[in-house]
Design a protein around this ligand. Structure first.
Ligand code: C2E
Ligand code: CA
Ligand code: CA
Length: 623
């Protein structure tokens, strides 16, 4: 009679397929995947032993059959152990689990050897099965492991990723059900098949290596990066990372983008033993075994990016390096720090930004300041100071610049240099800008500043605000709401090479100018000074930056430049403000040069509104 091994044979075919798809892919980075591979091997051997033992009972001499059956029991124990181990690792890959794990290895070892020396009875009647002490003994520990693993998924329910947790529960339940049936109906021989089914569930839901790989690039997907980092933090293993944060240059053509990303990924994979992960967007994160290795590779990467990709595509990504992951508390902190720096503008050169304790500190300060701004907005602690602006021709103050400050809880002042950059990067500049604008409009209405000879108040606009399509409508709405004349507002914008929405900016400016507001170009003579701005921007006033004012007096070239620029600006029909005038000689020389307006500490620092009103009152009285 041919023994009934069809169920086990199905199991064997199933697990062979799973093995094929698992081992076909070489690249693995997660420890759980290593353990899964062991589990697969042990389970396969177990199923084969199962089949052989059944065949042995029917055909082989008694002693050989006994040996086969015991080998099967031996494998059942080890398979159960590896299942348990897989679940334990999932719950905690931490080092402290190591000891415990070795204890279980010891237990399984002793138990499985003991089983080999125990008596066993083989049955080959209407059904083929075995029983006796060895079988009973094996089927004490195996279910303990299975049920134990199942129990762990409930005890550590919160610690486990819910998706993994559920998959593991399905798997363990299958094995537990099989064991339960088999204990009562020895002849059914379901265990092997259920084992194969269990690892298939794991494969389908968790361990399919293809699922962890981004098919577009061949790099690991972002969620694998997270798991990998978690694993490093759990085990305390040190690794270094290089982050290449994609450039925005190539968003137009998805086909080109695909090919480019693939090329970049393949290049990085060739450098790093294949440990390349996708970050968010077009980012790649490359793992290196040590800081030295990462630091040695960094210049090579930078060099590669200096030359072209595909046919003639050049990209300038944001390079970052993480020499020591232990400065971050966990993977979350690592990832949020990297994203924070990835969003900063790309540095001009191909320097690698080091993400270390200092960078982390900066992020913390950024968050604290964000908090501070939010609170200040909510608790109405945004204040506006005013700095008078003097007209050389009229010999009087004809305008003032509104400069924002935050009042902290202790009554101290937070200066804009500290919080404006943070606000610009976290979307808070708009509520701040709106608040400042309303304060200024209210001031113009409530104090009728015209009676002091003030023609307009200058209000700073950040580039970020100008990129918002609704700016012109909102601001003209506020002006109407306060019932003030649009001519009493002058908006200061800063030249900026980084401006992305030039069209929107110009539209906003034109709409507001048509409405009646005027514009100043702020900070002229700093940074990426570009005469084009003066030519192309619809502005009425150019504000010479303080650094330029200073340079005028101690640098011959700056003097020549300011002299000719002043002439040009005047010829184009615009007015000039010199900022940062602190000394009388500066006032005199700049007046001589033809500057129309003077702003600076020489006359007054920016001061709170009541002081400013007093200042203006005194100035017209003394005139
Ligand atoms: P800014 O627009 O160039 O403003 C002039 C800055 O120079 C002010 O600094 C002012 O206090 C300072 N200043 C004026 N005269 C002198 C002087 O004679 N000597 C020296 N050493 N400094 C002088 P503040 O108030 O700290 O503002 C810094 C920057 O913050 C501003 O530079 C502006 O870019 C930004 N800011 C201020 N208020 C706002 C605002 O409401 N919205 C936006 N978006 N930015 C603002
Ligand atoms: Ca300004
Ligand atoms: Ca300025």
């Amino acid at each position: 009679m041919l023994p009934n091994i069809s169920v086990q044979a199905c199991g064997l075919i199933l697990i062979c397929l799973i093995c094929f798809f698992t081992f076909k892919k070489q690249s693995i980075v997660l420890r759980s995947s290593f353990i899964y591979r062991y589990l697969l091997i042990v389970t396969s051997v177990c199923i084969m032993a199962d089949i052989l033992s059944v065949i042995g009972i029917v055909y082989a001499p008694h002693r050989l059959a006994v040996a086969g059956c015991k080998a099967y029991l031996f494998m059942v124990l080890w398979t159960s152990f590896f299942s348990f181990n897989y679940v334990c690792y999932d719950i905690s890959g931490k080092k402290r689990m190591k000891m415990l794990r070795w204890m279980f290895v010891g237990l399984t070892f002793v138990w499985s050897i003991a089983v080999l020396f125990m008596p066993i009875n083989l049955h080959n009647e209407e059904a083929v099965y075995s029983d006796g002490m060895a079988v009973n003994f094996a089927f004490i520990l195996a279910p303990i492991y299975i049920l134990g693993a199942l129990a762990l998924t409930f005890v550590f329910s919160k610690k486990m990723n819910p998706y993994r947790r559920n998959s593991v529960r399905i798997w363990m339940s299958l094995e537990a059900a099989a064991a339960l049936i088999q204990v009562n109906r020895r002849e059914l021989l379901l265990i092997g098949f259920m084992m194969a089914l269990g690892v298939t569930v794991l494969f389908a839901r968790l361990e399919n290596p293809e699922a962890g790989i981004d098919s577009r690039t061949g790099a690991f997907r972002t969620h694998i990066l997270r798991d990998y980092l978690d694993q490093l933090y759990d085990s305390g293993e040190q690794q270094a990372f290089i982050i290449i944060s994609g450039s925005e240059d190539i968003k137009d053509d998805p086909d080109v983008e695909d090919r480019l990303l693939r090329d970049v990924a393949q290049y990085l994979i060739s450098l790093s033993d294949g440990k390349v992960f996708r970050g968010g967007g077009k980012d790649f994160i490359v793992a290196f075994p040590s800081a030295e290795k990462a630091e040695a590779t960094a210049p090579e990467i930078a060099r590669r990016f200096r030359s072209n990709w595909l046919e003639d595509l050049y990209i300038a990504p944001n390079f970052m390096i993480v020499p020591d992951i232990s400065v971050f508390a966990n993977s979350g902190e690592f990832l949020s720090l990297y994203r924070y720096y990835a969003n900063l503008s790309v540095s001009a050169d191909d320097e690698f930004r080091v993400l270390d304790v200092k960078a982390l500190e900066e992020l913390r300060n950024f968050r604290l300041m964000q908090r501070e701004i939010r609170d200040a907005l909510a608790e109405d602690r945004v204040e506006v100071f005013l700095q008078p602006i003097y007209s050389v021709r009229e010999g009087a103050f004809v305008s003032a610049e509104a400069l924002v400050r935050l009042r902290d809880r202790n009554g101290g002042l937070i200066m804009p240099g500290k919080f404006i950059p943070v606000a610009e990067r976290s979307g808070l500049i708009e509520p701040i800008g709106d608040r400042v604008f309303e304060i200024v409009c209210a001031l113009i209405r409530n104090h009728d500043v015209k009676r002091f000879g003030l023609r307009y108040i200058e209000v700073n606009l950040s580039v970020v605000q100008c990129e918002n399509k609704s700016l012109a409508e909102r601001y003209s709405g506020i002006i109407d709401h306060y019932g003030i004349s649009p001519q009493s507002i002058n908006l200061e914008i800063t030249e900026s090479g980084s401006i992305k929405q030039n069209r929107v900016l110009i539209d906003n400016m034109e709409n507001l100018r048509n409405f009646g507001c005027s514009f100043s170009l702020d900070d002229f003579g700093t940074g990426e000074s570009n005469l084009n701005y003066i030519v192309n921007m619809p502005v009425d006033i150019i504000k010479i930056d303080r650094t330029m004012t200073i340079a005028y007096f101690d640098n011959d070239r700056a003097r020549v430049m300011l002299e000719s620029v002043t002439g040009m600006i005047k010829q184009m029909g615009m007015k000039i403000v010199a900022e940062g005038v602190e000394e009388k000689y500066q006032l005199e020389a700049l007046s001589e040069l033809g500057v129309d307006y003077i702003q600076g500490y020489y006359f007054s620092k920016p001061i709170p509104v009541p002081e400013f009103l007093t200042f203006m009152r005194n100035s017209i009285e003394s005139a």
